[in-house]
Design a protein around this ligand. Structure first.
Ligand code: KIV
Ligand code: ZN
Length: 510
């Protein structure tokens, strides 16, 4: 008999802890909808106590998701738990995830608490969370470096207090697969009431072992894996959802469990998350990288033509590498756009937003013959972020010629007032950024500039990511256009807008 492997996605919480990956409420809802379509069991939507914006985002996800359980993170503190309970009130199905550190170094140096105090606080937190929902998850943070006997004591006590999921985090990505698997085995064996809870794992990728550690734990009886789309997450990230899910699905000869995910939604989800967060996917990334199913060598191509199983262990279409529909062109109307967006799970709340998206669509269709789903996703991102913009690009002109210093002249709308500037630079993009800076004076430091094409062909839109840092805050800006200098200016402006909006947030693990 095959057990169910529960998939707990934390892209919106741990994924958002990647520097610069913070998402707006609308962006979180868009990602949550994609996860729901994929049939993810649990969506961790955020850390409600972190800021009013985080609270509102978790609430909005809880209110709009119907088929997945929505989870909120809370430290083992009454105020965190009550805030999470409040944010999740509107959910069809909710979970509170509470945690406290259990490793000697965290208890002594970070918490300054004795092991007995930690157990007491953990039990009190689970009881408090049970006042809000029956579905409570407890994590002993840094379990991967905790002492086994102490872990067993804490876990036995929190199961008695009402936790139905016990999540074992390798918080610092320190474990090695056989050792982590053994840890799960030992916990299941030694804890007298372990059969009263589902055991889960949450692995970080500091040594590149997050997926391997998660799978090793599944082989030893873990039945929930916490993971993120594209492996996003704190530092080197979390276990990548697509890799865990496809490893288990592909190797049913090895695993006695399987998830119930619709894997054809994996590639679309990966694209949406990459587009929103500004973390592009490397081409050789397993499952979702552009080369994951591309065969370069003649021998491989020949083999695949004769029988695809010679070199392919999965079907590209099973993970969503289907035709990226050519959907619309310059003669398509507003209803055609609306209906395709609906197929992609995107519905604008107001007619005004749809009209703005349609205007942008028409502009794009004038420059580009065929408009693909990925173009539409970029267009939606821009339409949604445009609503919150303090700074808008009105027009941009660049002059670039061999032997001459490039020059950019532009007009911006800053809080409703039109401003203009010109600047020279080492290239047209540099000139445009300098012209923007001469108006805005943000003094933000440019940490990353990258251009990717959204679809193929020379008329493809360039998708530009700009990462800016200003007083310890890091944001990623996104901009797309068939003209990459315009895309770059949009991306820079998008990052500046995010810096203006960024509010101070508490980090769950500090
Ligand atoms: O990595 C970690 O320990 C976490 C916990 C909050 C589960 O993210
Ligand atoms: Zn984590």
């Amino acid at each position: 008999m095959t057990d169910k492997l529960i998939i707990f996605d934390t892209t919106l919480r741990d994924g958002e802890q990647s520097p610069g990956a913070s998402m707006t409420r609308e962006e979180k809802i868009r990602i949550a909808k994609v996860l729901e379509r994929m049939k993810v069991d649990i969506i961790e939507a955020g850390f409600p106590i972190a800021s009013p914006g985080d609270f509102e985002s978790v609430k909005a996800v809880a209110d709009s998701i119907k088929d997945s359980t929505v989870c909120g993170l809370a430290r083992a503190l009454d105020k965190d738990i009550d805030r999470a309970g409040e944010a999740l009130k509107g959910a069809n199905s909710s979970r509170i995830h509470t945690f406290i550190a259990t490793s000697p170094i965290h208890m002594e140096k970070k918490l300054r608490m004795t092991p007995d105090q930690v157990i007491e606080q953990a039990v009190a937190a689970v009881k408090r969370a049970r006042q809000h929902t029956d579905n409570v998850e407890f994590s002993p943070e840094d379990a991967g470096r905790s002492e086994l006997d102490f872990l067993c004591r804490v876990i036995e006590a929190v199961i008695d207090a009402g936790a139905s999921t016990i999540n074992i985090p390798d918080t610092v990505g320190y474990n090695i697969p056989h050792q982590f698997g053994q840890l799960i085995h030992n916990l299941l064996e030694k804890i007298p009431n372990s059969d009263k809870a589902v055991f889960s794992v949450h692995c970080h990728n500091d040594l590149g072992l997050a997926v391997a550690n998660s799978l090793s734990a599944v082989l030893q009886g873990a039945r929930q894996v916490e993971c993120t789309i594209n492996g996003l997450g704190e530092r080197a990230g979390n276990a990548a959802l697509e890799e865990v899910v496809m490893a288990v699905r592909t190797r049913q000869d090895v695993f006695s469990c399987d998830s119930s995910l619709d894997t054809t939604q994996i590639v679309p989800a990966s694209r949406v998350v990459a587009g929103i967060t500004g973390f592009p996917v490397q081409p050789n990334k397993a499952i979702v990288g552009a080369n994951a199913f591309a065969h370069e060598s003649g021998i491989h191509q020949d083999g695949v033509l004769k029988n695809r199983e010679t070199y392919e262990i999965m079907l590209a279409e099973d993970v969503g590498w289907k035709e990226n529909h050519i959907i619309l062109g310059k003669h398509s109307g507003r209803n055609a756009l609306k209906s395709r967006l609906k197929d992609l799970g995107i519905e604008f709340k107001s007619e005004e937003s749809l009209n703005q998206a349609f205007a942008r669509f028409k502009e794009l269709a004038d420059k580009k013959h065929e408009i693909f789903d990925d173009d539409l996703q970029a267009l939606v991102s821009e339409t949604v972020s445009a609503k919150h913009e303090h700074i808008k690009l009105v027009s941009l002109k660049v002059c670039s010629e061999t032997g001459e210093t490039p020059m950019a002249s532009l007009h911006l709308m800053v809080d409703g007032k039109e401003k203009s500037a010109s600047s020279r630079g080492s290239g047209p993009v540099d000139a445009a950024f300098k012209a923007i800076e001469s108006i805005v004076n943000s003094e933000a430091e440019l940490k990353l500039y990258s251009v990717n094409n959204i679809t193929s062909g020379t008329d493809a839109q360039g998708d530009v990511t700009v990462r800016l840092e200003q007083s310890d805050r890091i944001v990623n800006g996104q901009g797309a256009d068939t003209d990459i200098v315009i895309a770059s200016a949009r991306s820079y402006i998008n990052a500046l807008n995010k810096l203006i909006q960024a509010n101070e947030r508490a980090h769950p693990q500090l």
